[in-house]
Write a protein that binds this ligand. Structure first.
Ligand code: NAD
Length: 484
């Protein structure tokens, strides 16, 4: 039921940054799983490209180690791993120089899909695009996959779009946001647009508010230098949370087609109001429980970068006028939990005098852990003694529904890479979408920089800063508990 394999054409996939962290943890293990599922056609190849001067055998050994470390035991099959490793090549290349490019050119074949995954630091995106073109490696059918971050503000995102556009058409550019590859995120579209049940209620008239939470327990240790220049707004809100917001708020597209879907998402971003300073809470985790605080990881004792942010966002359109969207994301929080919660309004009139126990209907879409959906409903509390109400979850945990097949749900990266090979851009961000999201985020960031706003400290393992609780309390609402 789940692991139905949709065939793709034979491909050559070149992974720039093939020795990097993302390639090791996500890309190669993901590709192995697709190979195991039978989705890599005969003759397809994966070519690692990185600066290190490695032989093909040495590179293959690193991929083998990555599979060993990041693929669950149950999915390891020695013969399949050997066959997969046999598909892997390597070229040592300098993105900023000339070394290695003619070798890569010589490796390319005609009449197969060529895809180039830019899993390198963003400063190299432009160089690689340029050299692929210069050395005649990319053809009109080639695709490029661009990792995040896509710019750090509108100006840099626009400049990057312009650089890529010199050598590739928009139809060739796949800007990855791995949140869009998550099973539940796509299911959100299925639930909204393949059922009649929710859509009539999906508007300000019936929805009180929406909460989007992406909570992590890890800090920024190890990548503090990078993170300190970014912060939660740039690292998470402008891209991942924004994409989730779009999928909840967008109008039904006329078809499940890349541009139809992306046109609707773009309209949502353009309809976002400027966020008022009092509707923004920024936080930074403190030291505690024997662990260092944010500033120790950032190496800047006076850092004002936020490791937590909460925002109240309004969408100025007919459907959503008056329904706030509360977004929050942070590090070193109580639990690793990502979810979207849609809280419906009260029924217009209660016929139950004894309405004790009444709670709102909430549709909870869990992204991690335990991907699934939960609809909180009111029912009669069983038993005699009059009418008492109680809230029960209508639970749609995918793991339960799918049984053993749940293991086969592709990870976001493997699904997205296969979409690239298939030439389907629905789950990738279009250039104008990214720019619109920065156009919304820039004034928010500039605003707090101009005001010299410092983030509020919060305890590690907590739900975030006190002011974030107030952001909800002042509206008579409260955040859902952060828990796994
Ligand atoms: P990394 O630092 O671990 O790896 C960088 C790779 O780039 C290495 O393979 C290195 O050899 C190669 N490289 C560096 N300079 C080069 C040059 N001049 N020429 C050719 N190759 C060169 O980085 P990473 O963590 O794998 O991240 C890669 C990209 O993915 C970045 O854009 C990052 O923001 C993004 N990303 C990473 C993660 C993650 O979990 N690691 C998550 C989301 C996005």
């Amino acid at each position: 039921m789940v692991s139905r394999v949709i065939p793709v054409d034979t491909f050559d996939l070149v992974i720039f940054g093939g020795t990097g962290d993302l390639a090791r943890r996500k890309i190669f293990p993901g590709l192995y799983r697709r190979f195991l599922a039978g989705q890599m056609p005969e003759g397809s190849r994966i070519i690692g490209a990185a600066r290190a001067d490695l032989t093909e055998a040495a590179f293959r050994a690193t991929v083998r180690e990555a599979i060993d470390e990041f693929v669950p035991e149950a999915r390891k099959d020695a013969a399949v791993i050997d066959a997969f490793i046999g598909r892997i090549g390597y070229v040592s290349i300098d993105a900023k120089g000339t070394g290695g490019w003619p070798d890569l050119r010589a490796m390319m074949r005609e009449n197969v899909v060529r895809a180039f995954y830019f899993s390198v630091a963003p400063v190299l995106f432009g160089d690689i695009a340029e050299r692929l073109h210069e050395h005649g490696i990319a053809d009109a059918w080639s695709r490029i996959v661009v990792e995040k971050p896509f710019g750090r503000d509108l100006a840099s995102a626009r400049a990057l779009n312009e650089t890529l556009a010199k050598h590739f058409t928009e139809a060739q550019i796949y800007r990855i946001d791995h949140y869009l590859g998550k099973e539940t995120v796509q299911n959100l579209m299925a639930v909204r647009f393949a059922n009649i049940l929710f859509e009539p209620l999906w508007k300000a008239e019936y929805i009180d508010h929406v909460q989007i939470t992406v909570a992590e327990t890890v800090g920024v240790e190890g990548r503090g230098a990078y993170y300190d220049k970014s912060g939660a707004m740039r690292d998470m809100v402008q891209n991942h949370l924004m994409q989730l917001l779009c999928l909840i708020a967008m109008e039904p597209p006329y078809h499940f087609d890349p541009d139809a879907v992306r046109d609707e998402k773009l309209k949502v971003i353009r309809a976002l109001d400027a966020v008022k300073p009092e509707d923004i809470v920024r936080g930074q985790y403190l030291a505690g429980g024997g662990q260092e605080g944010y500033v120790a990881h950032s190496e800047n004792p006076a850092s004002k970068t936020e490791s937590y942010i909460a925002l109240k966002v309004h969408i100025s359109n007919w459907r959503w006028k008056g329904t706030p969207f509360y977004l929050r994301t942070g590090k070193r929080l109580r639990a690793r939990a990502s979810e979207i919660a849609i809280t419906f309004k009260e029924p217009p009139h209660s016929i139950f005098d004894d309405a004790e126990g009444w709670r709102e209907n909430v549709l909870v879409i869990r992204l991690q852990p335990n991907e699934g959906m939960n609809l909180m409903m009111m029912i009669k509390e069983p038993g005699p003694g009059g009418m008492r109400l109680m809230q029960v979850p209508l639970d749609m945990a995918f793991a339960d529904a799918l049984g053993a097949d749940a293991e086969d749900i592709p990870d976001a990266y493997e699904r997205l890479i296969m979409d690239v090979i298939r030439g389907n851009q629905t789950l990738f961000m279009r250039g104008d979408e990214v720019e619109a999201a920065w156009a919304w985020a820039d004034p928010i960031i500039q605003g707090w920089e101009e005001r010299g706003m410092k983030p509020q400290g919060y305890d590690p393992g907590s739900s975030g800063p006190e002011d974030a609780l107030m952001l909800m309390h002042k509206d008579g609402r409260r955040w859902r508990e952060i828990r796994e």
